[in-house]
Design a protein around this ligand. Sequence first.
Ligand code: WTA
Length: 636
Amino acid sequence: MADDKNMVGDVYFPAPEVVSAAHISDYDKVHQAATEDLAGFWGKIAAENYEWYKPWETVLDDSNAPFYKWFVNAKVNIIHNALDRHMRTDTRNKAALIFEGEKGDTRVYTYQQLNHEVCKFASVLRSMGIDKGDRVTIYMGRIPELMIAMLACAKIGAMHSVVYGGFSTEALLGRIDDSKSKLLITCDGAWLRGSIIELKHIANEAVDRAGTIQSVICVKRTGHEVKMVSGRDYWYHDLMNLPVADPKAKTEVMDAEDPLFILYTSGTTGKPKAILHTHGGYMVWTSTTLKWVFDIKPEDVWWCAADPGWITGHSYIVYAPLVLGATSFMYEGAPTHPYPDRWWSLVAKYNITILYTAPTAIRGLMRFGRSWPGKHDLSSLRLLGSVGEPINPEAWKWYHRVIGQERCPIMDTWWQTETGGYMITPLPSVPLKPGSATRGFPGIQVDVVDEEGDPVAANEEGYLVIKAPWPGMLRTIFQDPDRYVQQYWSRFAEQGWYLPGDSAKKDEDGYIWVIGRIDDVIKVSGYRLGTAEIESALVSHAAVAEAACIGVPDPNEVKGNIIKAYCILRQGFEPSEKLSMALRDHVGHEMGPIAKPATVEFVDGLPKTRSGKIMRRILKARVMGQDEGDLSTLAD
Ligand code: WTA
């Protein structure tokens, strides 16, 4: 097959007009400047691009590492920069959010209209006794009110904890309990593939069992009948019509290091951890990374097709685009509903200029062939993006040829819930290699090292490490600072490096090729799941005594990985196909459909260490037909 335009061998060189138009046309120069004087570099960006109620005394305080502080003693609120300041400029009349529902209903919010709704809802929250520092759980579909709810929390200094709408009762309950949220914001349901996801029903089950929720606010989305508990549950539209819903609400003055939100994510062991981000550093990091990587210009229509319930949506649907004064597009439903060209029809209808999605979505849409995108005019697109898992070169090339029509460079962005924003990523001016996220964002010192921390040879696998702090880094795990240190900073404590938990290779040109997780995190369709949560859902079933889960490559090559579960049954239960189905459904009910194991196998024993820890890597090696490695710690 002939090479794509601008491809020389396996390297894609951006067209000269793309390079010259980009915000950053000389990566090496900017990277060097940031590396030589990290604090000076970020101090300058922070001073020039944002409004602070009070400036900082020090840009970076590393005296208590790894508890780094950025913009020390500055006063700010991300909402001041995302909304308030735009009310004084032309931006107020610009579209902040263009929304299309799965059924085809549309809404457009200008910055002024969005601010109006956020102010009103912020006043409602205050009137319900929500204060600075309180936690509010949000469990909704992909609709504008989800964004309004998050922004209203930030405005009053409350910490939102968004739980992805695809999660179910157990997952929601665990996150409510751990965060001790006082309030839950949800909706009656969400549209997906023409059916209703019963969010309020699931929320009711969780809230009935949760200890801390005092009130529930429910947005009417689907309009079908749902159970509302009198004295506890309120309709959003009723509250927004009360006189307390003040469109002139004040924005809370926050310290730059005050928490903005927590977001639960799966880690190495045990319960999901609440990753904590702050007002100041996160604001600077997310908006600068978006501006440089996706080269945001005033005329762009930016479509980040993630869900606001994950970090990608937090950073790049909700916060960064608004801070930049950009126009975002949001679509509620499934990419294939009612036909496999829904996304492409949306690109054409709204003249989307930048599309950002996950490899799993690209591979899924690729299966339907090029005739579906071929029916639509995709000429508005100028840049494409990928996130969540490594993109295989085949999917990269399809995305590049069929969707980008060989015109649009693909920004493959590697980052994590913990990092707040992009870490390893190209800029539009950087030569690309399909499947590599290229190099560190300016100022990010990234390397691939062995057990001792020595760099491995080119193209050898090793631990991915980040060698210096950055403004958007997580500050801690909420209520668990020891685990923060243990999880991310203990492996290379001597060197003071951050351990993301991924393995990678670095090639001769210094390009990074991320391979995958080295811990018990499984990426299914780009969603981050922990083995521990799935296993605990399995053992909550009466038939299961013990369970272990592993992720293995999806044989159908769509989801990236699939989950395989191994269960030891309790006495009195017999293995059967029916029980296997029942267990899969049970996980679906407790955790959500995305966590359903593809297979459940019944076993008599599981490989364990002498201290009783399940050795999942042995299970995995067996399935994959690989060497089982060091077995010296195996119990028997
Ligand atoms: C993986 C998602 C390869 C990685 C933003 C990381 C990637 C985890 C990429 C974080 C990429 C994310 N190439 N792998 N471009 N982007 N990952 O917290 O394993 O949901 O550690 O954040 O996703 O997942 P999380």
